[in-house]
Ligand binder design. Sequence first.
Ligand SMILES: [Zn+2]
Ligand SMILES: [Zn+2]
Length: 224
Amino acid sequence: MEIVNPGFEDYHIHSLNYSDGMSTVDEIAKYAEDIGLTRIAITDHCQAHLDKKLFGNNFYYSMVSRWKNIHNDVHVQFGVEADILNESGDVCMDIQGITPDLILLSTHPAPIYSGDTRKITDAYVNAIERYHDKISFLSHPCSKYFEDFIDIDAVTELCNKYEIPMEFNCANFVYNRTNISNLKKMLSTVNRIYVNSDAHTLNELKELRKMGFEYLRENNFIKL
Ligand SMILES: [Zn+2]
Ligand SMILES: [Zn+2]
């Protein structure tokens, strides 16, 4: 297993501007330098998720093309946490009609995923078969949301086939929203993983990845 971002790079962060984070893109960019990050991605929830959770749209997403990090040299990229909507593998990949290049394939329980929960493996398989050339990685595939029905081995195998990395999601792990048995299965067979915070706050940006790496070291998934 290879870790795509073993150093100071975090590719799963939520902002106040575009979804449910508590800090603005500017605050996140500034703070990232303070804690030694060199590359980050602001990956807010997709439009279907925002609509169903009744999150407001306070900022125009088109502004991200005009935004620059004026604070420091941290490389800031914009992405989207795209949701699978049903077992046919329909995926919402946009925010306000704009689809960024970095696409995290994700699932969240109803009302966001509105298909048959028992068919969540079909949902993943169909979404990956349809969109594998667009998907950057799978975010929190081992979450407890669908633990009773997901065939994590089948999903991992398909990700390996299409060279799609999977994510060790540190927020899910730290807040006890990870199915550990699925996590161990995934880590023992996956080719490449990202270790990301899924931070919604600055303290999470600072602390969560450290705790994730500790788990990986203690359980001998990485040798350091
Ligand atoms: Zn969120
Ligand atoms: Zn997220």
